[in-house]
Design a protein around this ligand. Structure first.
Ligand code: PGA
Length: 257
């Protein structure tokens, strides 16, 4: 047994305006019994436009729900029209930043090098990156899943020291499982998370590997979360579709019930 604390993060993607976000967070809060937080760190990552409202409702009602952002730019400020920086997020009490999600890699051309710069920006401002890695269906069918994931991991983590690596959360999200209703089997997910932990041990040492949290993401729902969480190397989940309905997300978060 380790003392890694479970982390379950709802990634709302491009859903909800700020008024809806307030309601979703309030509903989630009412559905999570106080003992939830003894077992799980609960995070929601709404769109940028909802962060300020989310922060206000969480702080006003003294909720234990943590705030996450879905992306960040690597420079702190400057002429980068449309971008949002790490210090801007930190000022909104954002604790976690999703970096390198496959939708960003696919639709916005994010490379491992860009992911690495974003991770550094997040760490500079004392937030925790949730670094996403994962193979496509073609890559899996060609037997390259492990290679792809390890390459993404090495690219993303290069230049970080052991302590920084140990503080990260890594999300293993096979691209073919995202939003498809077709989750990886708990065995396959558990195995890849073990590969990730072993690779982190190689890159940054055994202490970092012991403390880094590894999440599974891809069609997580109340029916499959328990089997995922039973795997030794899975410390939590990154949840898309099932995080949009507070009842469903609460059932995912309280997976042991
Ligand atoms: P999904 O998304 O749960 O809807 O498959 C997961 C993610 O993209 O983080």
């Amino acid at each position: 047994m380790t003392d890694r604390r479970d982390l379950i993060c709802g990634n709302w993607k491009m859903h909800s305006n700020h008024l809806e976000a307030i309601q979703m967070i309030q509903k989630l809060h009412y559905r999570l019994e106080p003992d939830t937080y003894e077992r799980v760190e609960v995070v929601v990552a709404p769109p940028f436009t909802s962060l300020r409202s989310a922060q206000t409702v969480i702080e006003t009602d003294r909720m234990q729900i943590g705030l996450g952002a879905q992306d960040v730019f690597w420079e702190d400020e400057g002429a980068y029209t449309g971008e949002v920086s790490a210090p801007m997020l930190a000022k909104l009490s954002v604790k976690y930043v999703i970096v390198g999600h496959s939708e960003r890699r696919q639709h916005f051309g994010e490379t491992d090098e860009m992911v690495q710069k974003k991770i550094r920006a997040v760490l500079r401002h004392e937030m925790t990156p949730i670094v996403c890695v994962g193979e496509t269906l073609d890559q899996r069918e060609e037997g390259r899943a492990t290679d792809v994931v390890v390459t993404q991991l090495r690219g993303a983590l290069s230049g970080l020291d052991a302590e920084q690596v140990g503080g990260l959360a890594i999300a293993y999200e096979p691209v073919w499982a995202i939003g498809t209703g077709r989750n990886a089997t708990p065995d396959d997910a558990g195995e890849m998370c073990e590969v990730i932990r072993n690779e982190i041990s190689e890159l940054a040492g055994s202490d970092a590997a012991e403390s880094v949290r590894i999440l599974y993401g891809g069609s997580v729902n109340p029916g499959n979360i328990k089997a995922m969480m039973a795997k030794r190397h899975i410390d939590g989940a990154l949840v898309g579709g099932a995080s949009l309905d507070p009842d469903t997300f609460a059932a995912v978060v309280r997976y042991w019930i």
